[in-house]
Design a protein around this ligand. Structure first.
Ligand code: SF4
Length: 365
């Protein structure tokens, strides 16, 4: 019989440092039965407890390889769904705070994507002409939609190769939910800007004419990341004026103009590796989430590298930050007591179709 869960209310008033020792004790008591996965954007006081860290692609692979009974995902909701889809049926995936979502993922939903597919059907046969590609930052039912319609998932590390895979099969791509990653990746494989059009999901036919749809190679869903949209061209220009020898590196969720002005564009793992491999005493402007930038600034300081955040304002992934030490301590203590809280379980049929789209991606890269 399952024990009754310990209520979160008992953890709410705890100070962060009081949680620290309880997290350490919880991890020690659980041993190999639990693994904590931590995304690069996770806040420092949670990130330091992660057994495995990485970007979405790396974490999705790690989730499929671990043998732990419990996978505690310190990331956001869609990441925990991916872990559940790729893990073994007997493993439990847990998101310490169910409110840790992703504002970008929420910009696309199944009803809107299905409506787009139907509306596109008035112009062409979508299942013959269009590969649906969803960024991993999306709900499981959208991954399932891609699995069902010959589509695929991508991450910011592999979007370029995934587009090549898609165009080898069908002439067009519907890319959701992030227009910026889609546009940058399309640009990287040589698609002219006028063959990439924005699909405005609030407008009939995406706000496009049948002619525009026929001419387009990539239909870009009108979604974005609220964190990365804060980085602007002026931030890059100011840095370049001040430090002409400095280097600029951005995540492809930044807008196209920022990416174009950057020396390097890539995923969080790419950003970390590029700064790590750079010469000592170099100066960097980094366009991605604040927790990650602060972490690498500290990490590479001893090498004389100066790493600066791109925007003058604070741009954190506030939804991921909801996973705080209180929620992590609460989750682990419940697991020690034999109670699984906040389990993420994708319905079987949806998981099967989503797995198809994810496996297609994992076979490409
Ligand atoms: S940084 Fe942006 S895209 Fe990434 S999880 Fe947070 S809201 Fe979503």
């Amino acid at each position: 019989m399952q024990a009754t869960a310990i209520a979160f209310d008992r953890f709410k008033p705890l100070q962060d440092d009081a949680c620290e020792s309880r997290i350490v004790a919880g991890k020690a008591a659980l041993g190999k039965r639990a693994v904590i996965l931590g995304h690069h954007y996770q806040r420092a006081d949670v990130y330091k407890h992660a057994d495995l860290t990485g970007d979405s692609l790396k974490l999705s692979k790690l989730a499929s390889q671990t043998d732990a009974d419990y996978i505690v995902f310190c990331g956001v909701h869609f990441m925990a769904e991916v872990a559940d889809i790729l893990s073994k049926p007997e493993q439990a995936v847990i998101l310490p705070d169910m409110n840790a979502g992703c504002s970008m993922a929420d910009m696309a939903n199944l009803a809107k994507v299905e409506r787009a597919w139907r509306e596109l059907g008035a112009v062409l046969d979508p299942d013959q002409a269009i590969t649906p590609v969803t960024y991993i930052n999306s709900a499981a039912d959208l991954k399932a939609f891609c699995g069902e319609h010959g589509g695929i998932v991508c991450t910011s590390s592999n979007a370029k190769q995934i587009l090549e895979w898609s165009f080898a099969r069908r002439e067009k791509v519907l890319f959701f939910p992030d227009q910026h990653l889609g546009r940058w990746s399309g640009y990287m494989i040589g698609i002219p800007p006028d063959e990439m059009v924005v699909w405005d999901f609030d407008e009939p036919l995406g706000g496009l004419t049948p002619e525009q749809i026929r001419k387009a190679r990539i239909l870009l869903w009108k979604g974005h990341c609220s964190v990365h949209q804060m980085f602007q061209v002026q931030h890059v220009l100011n840095f370049r004026n001040q430090y002409p020898e400095g280097m600029v590196i951005s995540h492809p969720e930044c807008n196209f103009e920022v990416c174009k002005l950057s020396d390097y564009v890539g995923s969080t793992d790419f950003i970390i590796n590029t700064v790590a491999e750079s010469k000592p005493d170099t100066r960097w402007l980094v366009g991605t989430e604040l927790n990650l930038v602060n972490r690498i600034a500290e990490q590479f300081k001893p090498q004389g590298k100066i790493v600066r955040f791109m925007a003058p304002t604070v741009c954190m992934c506030s939804t991921m930050a909801r996973i705080d030490p209180q929620h992590l301590a609460w989750t682990l203590e419940n697991l020690v007591e034999g109670k699984v809280v906040n389990q993420i379980k994708v319905p079987a049929r949806e998981a099967e179709l989503a797995r198809t789209a994810l496996k297609r991606m994992l076979e490409v890269v």
